[in-house]
Ligand binder design. Structure first.
Ligand code: GLU
Length: 548
């Protein structure tokens, strides 16, 4: 076979040389050890946890090592692409605060290694496809769907492995003349790789996460270019990761099965493969067993879910880090206030088998994350969330930001901050008692206090109420009132001798709490009353008094 002639016949328009492309995409000028990583999603319109899981790994590896993290759009599969898919990718990553150093963007792209959308790189793939033909490592295959189907049936009958390989790879043996004839007859073809494997060789491979592996070498003549000249994932990512000088490819472990193909392609092209890091699948517990998260059954697989439900982005990231690196939680306990960027993220600490994803655990993490934020931070994140997902609530929050911030400041900071809120969507019911538009009484008075006593408590308190009192003085007054009305000002004293009292100071403040907040459980009552102000406090007390 005259491979040169074949290469000209198939790709006459591809005139650049591999050397020219190598010069166009030179090795990056980065310090020793700097990692170049990429996230390479396909614009299917569905962004899932796996995308974020991988992106976070890429981002941490690159940025902790002083390297580069870039975004590449893998849009070679037109069948899976949906309109607006690229915008979905960009906006989702931007909402999850992932900072790309280069790559595709809404208004054009950034970086010297582009274009970063595969569809725009057809010419580049053709240069290397042509090179492989020249070397006798690629050939056109004219087999039709029906012929491939027949081959599959034959393989089934012969109990042979499926695929296009060895003696089954019949287009391997076409002569130049035969190829010319088929082309002249307008027969469509794909370009296939010619594997050197026999299916018997084993290769040793070290994965950054999975460690030392023994793989069966590739023997499949995989498709490099589809009939429209667009490359397959196998070929495109090999060319791109080489030219874009990726040092570490982080991807889901579902790609491990085809890794031998990729390694053989790198070898055929004379390139050093990047380090591969195959991440474990995200699993969930169900009926006592583990299973993969599924798009159909688990809404929590979609990244949109977290945004619309109001999971704070910092919480989701913090939780994913606990899944990604086994020593993260220990580090967090030792460094409660440190920014996550300081955590020494590493591939070695990544889970080898399925990571268990648990929404309850995420909620717990989120409560801690929210508790550690300042009122200012919570306000700004909450307002951003509400603007999009709860405009009515946003209108209330933004009408008086100082008031909202003051509400959010109650119980925040100090050695024992409140840890009862996990989602932005939980702030509205929590804050509703502060807004007349949202206020609704949830709980009635406790049956422990006789209604006549409750009425007296409210009447006397109305006379005594002094909005200027600070916490200690406020509580001292409630104690005095308790003593005056036959309730013990001291809970311990009451417990020693309950017969001697009508109840204790907690019962008295409970009556006040229900009257003012409409709940038996509320943030610190003195702070609440200060924020509500005299007029509203008195009005609520009198409304509640009327129900007794
Ligand atoms: N486009 C591939 C996917 O969406 C990317 C795999 C990779 O990162 O190499 O699964």
């Amino acid at each position: 076979m005259d491979w040169n002639a074949l290469s000209e016949l198939l790709l006459p328009d591809s005139q650049k040389t591999p050397a020219e492309l190598e010069a166009q995409y030179p090795p990056r000028n980065l310090p020793e050890g700097a990692m170049v990583t990429r996230i390479a999603p396909s614009p299917t319109g569905f962004m899932h946890l796996g995308n974020l899981f991988g992106a976070l790994t890429d981002e941490r590896l690159a940025h902790r090592s002083g390297g580069v993290f870039y975004l590449r759009i893998e849009d070679t599969d037109a069948k899976r692409e949906v309109a607006g898919g690229v915008e979905t990718i960009l906006s989702t990553f931007s909402r999850f605060g992932l900072a790309f150093d280069e790559g595709a963007g809404i208004d054009g792209e950034r970086g010297d290694y582009g274009p970063y959308r595969q569809r725009q790189r057809a010419e580049t793939y053709h240069v290397f496809a042509k090179e492989l033909i020249r070397q006798g490592r690629a050939y056109p295959c004219f087999c039709t769907e029906e012929e491939l189907e027949q081959m599959r049936s034959a393989q089934e009958a012969e109990k042979a492995n499926f695929g296009y390989y060895g003696s089954y790879a019949r287009c391997r043996n076409l002569t130049l003349e035969q190829i010319k004839e088929k082309l002249a007859a307008g027969q469509p073809y794909v370009l296939r790789f010619k594997s050197n494997g026999t299916g018997a060789e084993k290769i040793a491979h070290k994965d950054c996460i999975k460690g030392n592996l023994e793989l069966t070498a590739n023997d499949q003549d995989v498709v490099l270019l589809k009939s429209d000249g667009i490359p397959t994932y196998h070929f495109a990512h090999v060319v791109d990761d080489h030219l874009m000088r990726t040092t570490h490819v982080v991807r889901g472990e579902e790609w491990l099965a085809t890794l031998p193909i990729h390694l053989e392609l790198f070898q055929a092209l004379g390139w050093q493969p990047p380090e591969y890091c195959h991440t474990a699948q995200l699993m969930k517990m169900e009926n006592g067993g583990k299973r993969k998260l599924s798009k159909r059954k688990d809404p929590e697989l979609a990244l949109d879910f977290y945004l619309s439900e109001g999971y704070p982005v910092p919480s989701v990231k913090e939780y994913l880090l606990t899944l990604l690196n086994s020593n993260f939680e220990e580090w967090r306990i030792a460094n409660p206030a440190a920014p996550v960027e300081e955590f020494p993220f590493s591939c070695e600490k990544m889970s080898v088998s399925g990571s268990l994803f648990d929404l309850d655990k995420l909620r717990d993490v989120s409560k801690n994350v929210i508790a550690a934020m300042s009122a200012e931070e919570v306000y700004s994140l909450l307002a951003d969330w509400a603007r999009e997902y709860d405009p009515d609530f946003y209108a209330l929050l933004s009408a008086d930001p100082d008031y909202a911030r003051a509400i959010l400041a109650i119980g925040r900071g100090g050695p024992k901050p409140r840890k009862d809120i996990a989602l932005y969507s939980e702030f509205k019911p929590y804050m509703s008692l502060f807004y007349e538009e949202l206020f609704a009484r949830q709980d009635g008075f406790s049956e422990k206090v006789d209604p006549a006593d409750a009425a007296t408590i409210l009447d006397r308190y109305t006379e005594l109420y002094d909005p200027s009192l600070e916490n200690d003085a406020w509580f001292a007054q409630v104690k005095e009132l308790s003593a005056e009305l036959g309730f013990s000002p001291d809970v311990k004293a009451y417990k020693k001798n309950p017969e001697a009292f009508k109840g204790h100071v907690g019962d008295v403040s409970g009556v006040l709490r229900v009257a003012v907040t409409g709940r038996t459980n509320s943030p610190d009552l003195c702070s609440v009353m200060k924020l509500l102000g005299k007029e509203r406090v008195l009005r609520r007390i009198s409304e509640a008094r009327a129900t007794l």
